[in-house]
Design a protein around this ligand. Structure first.
Ligand SMILES: Nc1ncnc2c1ncn2[C@@H]1O[C@H](COP(=O)(O)OP(=O)(O)O)[C@@H](O)[C@H]1O
Ligand SMILES: [Mg+2]
Length: 372
């Protein structure tokens, strides 16, 4: 296994800068997800690591060795794509063992290795079949097994689970998590599915329009999203974002927005700094930090009309259209007896919201060092 370093990597297709300038340091044994919306440059970045695409600028090292100009086959990596690309005329066993065959491994050994990895992925009973005789989920696990059968410096995955149905996807995700954590393999995994990135990653690189906007462990990304983009991309439902205007009353700061009412804020150094540039801020609240409130007692509240009340069993998703027109969702335990289009309000605690400045950049919390 090996570390991977991207140093000022860029990629242009003609005049278009698809990847601007990416620095990314992946430690040996890490599972890093490249997470972002379609078209943000995830696949291009992965293909540059694989050597299938030549960077326009910058350098790539795998295991400390500069591989920027190395052929894909000389990078010692395993790769899994979205489509399974199995050989239709070969049995599952031969498909899995293929990378060993091309490396000249003896038949008995390679079938033993194939069987071993197939057992781990619960396809051990299918080894004699042809790809057409197994399900899509089983084909995908075969393609995973084929990539994993040969020890590599690192494994690269491009949305490998996206063709599976929801249930298979969650199951295959747990396999991958277990496999990576138990073997300590270095993995780079492209996905637009934030839940997949949260579940699998040691660190997530959130990408937007050819840039990495935040690179941190999943819970750090979840708790301290660097920008409103990250906040609105991670979480299901994502963080609620409501525009507010700040006014200063002596040492207090009052935040007001359409459908938003908040208690005065005292002594928040980073907020003071941000307000020197602009009085526009965005208030972010995670759905699980909202609760339904009746009457006017709550000091931090969002109020509007009930748009939807979805009972999911253990929890409910309750959505309000705020008076300002913004839609916000609360995730509450159990169920709520609220009628569609009735007046309703959510409350949230003073330590349960995040502020972003006029540029959408997170303002460090009241207790954090403002220079962070
Ligand atoms: N070979 C290519 N030629 C021209 N444009 C490309 C090529 N490959 C990718 N792009 C463009 O680069 C952008 C990023 O693509 P991609 O890396 O596939 O994004 P993602 O995997 O995040 O969906 C897209 O706008 C895509 O159209
Ligand atoms: Mg892609």
């Amino acid at each position: 296994m090996a570390s991977i370093q991207l140093d000022k990597i860029g990629k242009s297709f003609g005049a278009v800068d698809t990847i601007r300038e990416i620095d990314l340091a992946i430690d040996d044994g890490e599972f890093v997800c490249l997470l972002g919306p379609s078209g943000c440059g995830k696949t291009t970045t992965l293909r540059m690591i694989a050597g299938l695409e030549q960077p326009s600028r910058g350098s790539i090292r795998i295991g400390g060795r500069d591989v920027t100009c190395a052929q894909p086959k000389d990078r010692n990596i395993g790769m899994v794509f979205q489509d399974y690309a199995l050989y239709p005329h070969m049995t599952i066993a031969d498909n899995i063992a293929y990378p060993l065959k091309v490396r000249g491994v003896a038949e008995a050994t390679r079938h033993e290795k194939a069987r071993e990895i197939a057992e781990v992925l619960h396809i051990g009973q299918l080894l004699d079949r042809l790809p057409a005789q197994i399900s899509g989920g089983q084909q995908q696990r075969t393609s995973l097994a084929r990539a994993l059968v040969h020890p590599a410096a690192a494994f690269l995955f491009d949305e490998p689970l996206s063709n599976l149905d929801a249930r298979m996807r969650v199951e295959a995700r747990a396999f991958l998590h277990h496999l990576q954590r138990s073997r300590g393999m270095t993995a780079v995994y492209v996905t637009h599915d934030q839940a997949e990135a949260m579940a699998l990653s040691t660190r997530i690189a959130v990408m937007c329009a050819g840039d990495i906007v935040q690179y941190a462990p999943p819970l750090e990304i979840y708790r301290r999203p660097a920008t409103t983009f990250v906040a609105g991309f991670v979480g299901d439902p994502p963080m609620n974002l409501v525009a507010a205007q700040a006014t200063r009353n002596g040492h207090d700061v009052a935040l007001r927005g359409a459908g938003l009412q908040m208690a005065p804020i005292v002594s928040w150094p980073a907020l003071d700094l941000a307000l020197e540039r602009s009085d526009r801020v965005t208030v972010g609240v995670r759905p699980e930090h909202l609760r339904i409130t009746a009457g006017d007692v709550a000091t931090n509240r969002l109020h509007g009309k009930l748009f939807a009340n979805e009972a999911m069993g253990p929890e409910s998703l309750v959505t309000l259209d705020l008076d300002g027109g913004v839609r916000v969702t609360a995730r509450i335990f159990g169920d709520a007896s609220l009628r569609i289009e009735s007046d309703a309000a959510f409350a949230f605690d003073a330590d349960r919201f995040t502020l972003f400045d006029a540029q959408g950049v997170r303002i460090p919390g009241a207790a954090e060092d403002p220079s962070n």
